[in-house]
Design a protein around this ligand. Structure first.
Ligand code: IPD
Ligand code: CA
Ligand code: CA
Length: 296
């Protein structure tokens, strides 16, 4: 079987798995979430019976067809090994949204071949939206090709970000948030990183950035953006790495400007120095300064 045929087959296995997992998640939602436990310290990082049920369904589907493939899954039921393929699974991205009946949540599966994402499948069960990407084969939403937006100015852009569960660390993203809010048409926090990245791919958001993420939050959505014609990198402009924790994804036009805004703050992993050049970024005479933002 050619590698292309293999990718198509893995895509189809992933699509069937996310649909089955999505139905299980909807079933839990319909009955009301009964079990919520907290991961680690604090009351922010939740896991529900839907996360676990979804992961079990997906792992079963993958191992039934590909017993030798490696799996990295958020709730810990993955498998090791040395094979060329690795599946990266977020069984429910946006668990907090799900627990509050806020409908933005999804199931995300990516497949890597020798470390490079080659298949991405993200399904938002409440919205019934299925995003699919294959390396070199483009990205689709419910079967229709998608492309990033054509917005070229930050002030014309709708951006999205997210925040880590632990907010006491040096990269809690709050200063970046202020710096972007002051320079964009609007900035959102939607609470499901994998889906947020797909929304960039579909041209709904013009850019997304987040720090402290995990491979399962980013792998499928990052491929989606690339295949939809966008750009991904780390906050310094280096090549994106699935295990690199930080991501900037954009329509391409806004990428350099987003990196410049992130460079205003140490908390964006940047230089930490606002300067005259970055103050002109959005070409807005009426925006507050970066140092104003830093005091938010
Ligand atoms: C979380 C969501 C959220 C992001 C967090 C992630 P989870 O994933 O993607 O948007 O801000 O950093 O951990 O816990 O709902 O799978
Ligand atoms: Ca996640
Ligand atoms: Ca999750």
């Amino acid at each position: 079987m050619s590698i292309t045929d293999e990718l198509f087959e893995m895509r189809d296995v992933a699509i069937a798995a996310v649909r089955e997992a999505g139905a299980a998640i909807r079933a839990v939602a319909a009955q009301g979430v009964k079990e919520i436990v907290f991961k680690g310290e604090g009351k922010r990082d939740l896991v529900t019976e839907a996360d676990k049920r979804s992961e079990q369904i997906i792992i079963d589907a993958i191992t039934r067809r590909y017993p030798d493939h490696r799996i990295l899954a958020e709730e810990g039921t993955g498998t090791g090994g040395n094979g060329a393929y690795r599946w990266i699974v977020d069984p429910l991205d946006g668990t907090t949204n799900f627990a509050h009946q806020y409908p933005l949540y999804c199931v995300s599966i990516a497949v890597e071949h020798r470390g490079e994402p080659v298949v991405g499948v993200v399904f938002a069960p409440y919205m019934d939206e299925l995003f699919v990407a294959i390396k070199g084969g483009g990205a689709t939403l419910n079967g229709t090709p998608i492309a990033v937006s054509g917005v070229t100015d930050l002030i014309g852009g709708l951006l999205c970000t997210g925040f880590p569960y632990r907010l006491d660390g040096p990269t809690n993203n709050l200063v970046n948030w202020g710096n972007f809010v002051l320079r964009t048409q609007a900035t959102r926090r939607d609470g499901a990183a994998a889906l947020d990245l797909c929304y960039v791919a579909a041209g709904r958001f013009d850019g997304f950035w987040e720090l402290n993420l995990q491979p399962w939050d980013m792998a499928a959505g990052a491929l989606m953006i690339q295949e939809a014609g966008g750009t991904i990198s780390d906050p310094y402009g280096n090549a994106f790495r699935v295990d690199g924790h930080d991501i900037v994804g954009s329509n391409g036009h806004l990428h350099a400007t987003m990196l410049d805004v992130l460079a205003m703050s140490k908390n964006g992993h940047g230089a930490g120095k606002p300067n005259a050049e970055t103050e002109q970024l959005a070409g807005q005479a009426d925006t507050a300064t970066a140092s104003d933002a830093a005091t938010i």
